[in-house]
Design a binder for this molecule. Sequence first.
Ligand code: HEC
Length: 168
Amino acid sequence: MVMNRGVLLLLVLCFPGWGRAESLASFPADLSQLIQVKQSVIPGKDVVLSADVPSYLLETIRMYNWINEGQGTRLTIYVPKEKLEQYRNHGPYSDGLSAVAIYEEGNVVFVTEHLAGEVLYGTYNQAGQDISDSHPSLAIDTCYACHDGYKDICINGTCGQLNSLPVR
Ligand code: HEC
């Protein structure tokens, strides 16, 4: 079936739960064109986390510390150059790719895209294959649940804080 993005979005909005088994955002055409805005670490499973880690980060770490066989991984966030200002301000986002988060040692790539002001998510391996059905934490519903849930942190579908970083 041939569907353009607008029709797909309408279907998703009209039938919540439909379509979310698969990645909604597309794999980026060229990862090398993106600007790295942040690098952090998902500690391995055995790492005891300090009591002052905020709960949204605790939840995120616990959700994803199975990646790389529980050994921990660097997590790098990339943004297209033309969206740096939008990312810094958490929108309003223009259509298309908005941000990518790569589990560097984990072969997992998270994609955040916007379409008509709505956020779309995708989960791929580095080769660009959709892996959203390979683990519950990679399911697209899981992305919405956390990003929608932490409304003070995740605004308009993105969670990273860029205030302290200069926009190049
Ligand atoms: C349990 C909470 C949680 C879940 C589940 C979650 N995320 Fe996030 N996500 C975060 C947090 C927190 C950050 C900010 C990390 C940082 O700034 O270091 C983030 C950052 C991101 C980023 C970098 C851009 C940004 O928002 O700043 C992308 C891309 C992303 N997530 C996509 C996804 C996708 C795709 C899924 C579903 C497979 C997902 N996330 C599931 C909490 C979550």
